[in-house]
Design a protein around this ligand. Sequence first.
Ligand SMILES: *Cc1c(COP(=O)(O)O)cnc(C)c1O
Length: 404
Amino acid sequence: MAETAAAVVPSDHIMGVYNRAPLAFERGEGARCWTAEGEEYLDCMAGIAVNALGHAHPKLVAALTEQAQKIWHVSNVFRIPGQEALAKLICDNTFADEVFFTNSGAEAIELALKVARRYHASKGRPEKIDIIGFDGSFHGRTYAAVNASGNASYLEGFGPRLPGYLQATFGDMDGLAAMMGPNTAAVIIEPVQGEGGARSLPAEDLNRLRALCDEHGALLIYDEIQCGLSRTGKLFAHEYASAAQPDIMCLAKALGGGFPVGACLATAEAGSGMNVGAHGSTWGGNPLAMAVGKASFEELIKPELQAHVREVAGYFTQQLAGLQQRFPDVVVDIRGKGLLIGIKLAANNREFMQLARDERLLVAGGGDNCVRLLPPLTLTLEEAREAVEKLERACEAARRKLAA
Ligand SMILES: *Cc1c(COP(=O)(O)O)cnc(C)c1O
């Protein structure tokens, strides 16, 4: 691979918390990106499910540049019409009555957990603080988020665990039922796990989870930061279990289509403890973010986009099953939902990501030795076919490596 020095040599001045690929992109359009040397890549990770409408979507570019000429930032001490408009649009399309906008997913999670504890405190039950999360889950990197997340290594060296965080086993509903009690404030779950390896919770389990929360007076928090906003072929992944509405839900990633926008949604009841002064953010929901967020959300809620996702996902499911059959020594399992696809590998997933890059295909890593396909939702069937061909060649290369 032709690599420039600038792209290969890691910077001394960047904190070394990422294992970065020796690649830098200069430009993107739709599902393609180009390096400075003009090498073209097919993007099936979309900045980890962020660029859901692809790179440089004309409507997002227009919304951003138009707002950039007017006003970028004011502060939440003023009314922000763009924020009110996007909040209404979100509430019109969800269970929610109110929204707080953030700059990231972790901030939305942080707020969701605060909303839940504050709710019980405001009802005179300040001891009801327990938050139950699941193994294999990922909710972000702030203190509360890593305590709620399922990856113990994210807590290492950062002091003691925060009190009131418990962990259940994803899919073990009886175990969860046994863990819940009068002090359970909330259960937090990704209806389809992302980083944890694209595991999808069956609809009946989500329905049971809702019933368990009701039984114990606990709030149900969905983290749809990755699986939401049409990624699975419905606007939200939890819609596959229609009875299971949450009390609180977090969105981010695709919401800004590449511009940092997150949101914490709540019912009026769940949000009733959040009075003036209970939370805040300098940038959250600023005019620039809201202009892009609204343009993005308007595209993401389109039923024809969801139908397209289901069609492309159906094609992938069929083709990847074939790949698994032809390469049982390389591909161990195919999982996920819609265009949140996990390919569990026999050998090292990081090596496979490099083999895919050798074929000019970008895929994301994932827990449980998976790579994830998280393409733009606008990926065409033709591009999906190209992705499968590239994956097939990467599987052949992986097989040669295993044999060597
Ligand atoms: C990415 C992600 C987060 C964290 O979002 P950040 O914007 O990185 O803080 C939380 N939950 C899920 C499910 C995610 O995929």
